[in-house]
Design a protein around this ligand. Structure first.
Ligand code: ATP
Ligand code: MG
Length: 261
C-alpha cells in the first residue's frame, strides 16, 4: 500500500536527511517495501549519504524532463532503493509542485526528505505527503521551526505521525521530551541520541545503520522503523560486546533481526 511520509523540520540541520536515510534503511532491513526520495531540490544530500554523487537520472529529471520514476530509481549496495537529486547549481529552478502527481505512482512506503524552511519546496513535500514526521533537536531555535511546521501540516490536513527528537546529548539545558510534547500538542514518537558515529558514517558514505548497526543512533532508528511499520525489532542484548565484535568481524556480526542469546 502506498504511504508517503514527508520528513520536515522548518529549521535546517536538525537531522532530516540523516533520519530519512537511516530510517529508510532500517525499514528495508526489517522487510518493509520502502523507497527514499530526495525532495530537497536545492540542497540535496541523500546521494552524499549513500556515496552516490554522480547520478545521471534524478528527481530533477523526472520533474523537468518527465522521465519515468523507474529511470531515476537507484539501488544502493545495501538494497535500499532511492531517488536522488542533482547536486549541481544548474537545477535551482525545478518546479517542485509536480511532486504529488509523480509520487502517487509508487505502491510502497516512501520517505520524502524536505528542504529546510517553510517555502515552496517544503510546501510541495507536505502537499505530496500522506503523513509527516517532524524532526527537531532539543534546542529552542529548532523547536520554533518544528512548531510552525506542525501548524502548517495541520492546516494542510497532513497526518502528523509524531516528532522525532534528534541529537539528544543529555545536557541540562536541553528542552525535555515532556516540554516539547506539551507546547506542540504532538507526541514525540522517538528520540535519537547524539552519536558521533553519524558524522563518521556520512564521511564514510555509508549509513550508520549499515556501518555500525549496534551504535546508539542505529538502535534508535531500528526502533523507530519498527514503530512506524509494525515490524518486529528485537533490541540486541550485550550491546557493548556486540559493538566490539562488529569491529573485529564486521560481516559475521552485522544486523540480524533475531537475537542469539
Ligand atoms: N543524532 C545525531 N547525532 C550526532 N550528529 C547528528 C545527529 N543527527 C544529525 N547529525 C549531524 O547533523 C548534521 C545535519 O544533519 P542533516 O544533514 O541530516 O540535517 P538536515 O535537517 O537534513 O539539514 P538540511 O536542513 O541542511 O538539509 C549532519 O552533519 C550530521 O552529522
Ligand atoms: Mg537535509
Amino acid at each position: 500500500m502506498r504511504k508517503i511520509i514527508g520528513v520536515l523540520s522548518g529549521k535546517g540541520g536538525t537531522g532530516k536527511t540523516t533520519t530519512v536515510v537511516n530510517l529508510g534503511l532500517a525499514m528495508h532491513k526489517l522487510g518493509e517495501n520502502v523507497v527514499i526520495v530526495d525532495g530537497d531540490l536545492r540542497n540535496p544530500n541523500i546521494g552524499i549519504h549513500l556515496g552516490s554523487i554522480e547520478s545521471y537520472m534524478t528527481l530533477h529529471d523526472i520533474l523537468d524532463r518527465e522521465i519515468s520514476l523507474l529511470e531515476a530509481l537507484h539501488i544502493h549496495e545495501t538494497g535500499l532503493r532511492f531517488i536522488p537529486a542533482h547536486l549541481s547549481l544548474n537545477y535551482l529552478n525545478t518546479d517542485a509542485s509536480k511532486l504529488k502527481n509523480i509520487l502517487k505512482h509508487f505502491d510502497c512506503t516512501v520517505l520524502l526528505d524536505a528542504p529546510s524552511g517553510l517555502d515552496k519546496g517544503a510546501l510541495a513535500v507536505l502537499e505530496a505527503a500522506d503523513e509527516s514526521l517532524i524532526v527537531t533537536t532539543p534546542h529552542l531555535p529548532d523547536l520554533t521551526g518544528c512548531l510552525k511546521t506542525i501548524e502548517l501540516a495541520r492546516n494542510m490536513d497532513v497526518l502528523i505521525k509524531g516528532i522525532v527528537l534528534n541529537n539528544i546529548c543529555g545536557h541540562k539545558h536541553e528542552i525535555s521530551k515532556k516540554e516539547i510534547e506539551a507546547v506542540s500538542n504532538t507526541e514525540v514518537i522517538h528520540s535519537i541520541p547524539c552519536d558521533k558515529n553519524i558524522a563518521m558514517s556520512i564521511a564514510a558514505k555509508m549509513p550508520v545503520v549499515e556501518r555500525l548497526p549496534f551504535s546508539p543512533a542505529s538502535i534508535a532508528f531500528f526502533e523507530l522503523a519498527s514503530k512506524l511499520t509494525g515490524r518486529e525489532y528485537k533490541k540486541p542484548r550485550f550491546l557493548a560486546m556486540r559493538r566490539i565484535a562488529h569491529k573485529v568481524l564486521p560481516k559475521s556480526h552485522s544486523f540480524k533481526n533475531t537475537e542469539k542469546a
